[in-house]
Design a protein around this ligand. Structure first.
Ligand SMILES: [Zn+2]
Length: 132
């Protein structure tokens, strides 16, 4: 029974990297809200993110293993302040084409097809793409 929350994720791939790590160590896992938030990522803030759960007995070991995994995977720094305290975010609507697409998608009630994932620094609030 996976009843203890290890951590939450914004992206499915990050969650499944940790899930694979835990299962390779023999820890049974459960992933919640994965499909729902992959189909509609705008609901991630409302649901609290994709949840990775394990049994209460394996919780401490799972947290230790996933913290190691995060520290080895995080290779990006903020170009302004060199912080590694980064989160995924959406690119802001910065030009007329972005606003036009947003309005059309809003009026049609469809998911915006043109969007860009960016990283947002939690220290200085700077947004940048992976190539910057
Ligand atoms: Zn920064």
């Amino acid at each position: 029974m996976a009843d203890a929350l290890v951590r939450t994720y914004e992206l499915s791939i990050d969650c499944h990297l940790d899930r694979a790590l835990l299962e390779s160590e023999g820890i049974e896992t459960q992933v919640l809200f994965d499909h729902f938030l992959t189909l509609d990522p705008l609901m991630a803030q409302a649901c609290g993110g994709i949840e990775l759960r394990v049994s209460q007995a394996n919780l401490e070991r799972a947290i230790q293993l996933t913290e190691k995994n995060v520290s080895t995977v995080t290779l990006e720094n903020c170009p302004r302040c060199n912080s590694q305290n980064l989160t995924y975010d959406w690119r802001k609507l910065s030009n007329i084409a972005d606003w036009f697409i947003f309005i059309i998608c809003f009026l049609l009630g469809v998911y915006p097809l043109k969007y860009t994932n960016v990283r947002r620094c939690n220290n200085c609030n700077h947004c940048f793409t992976f190539e910057e």
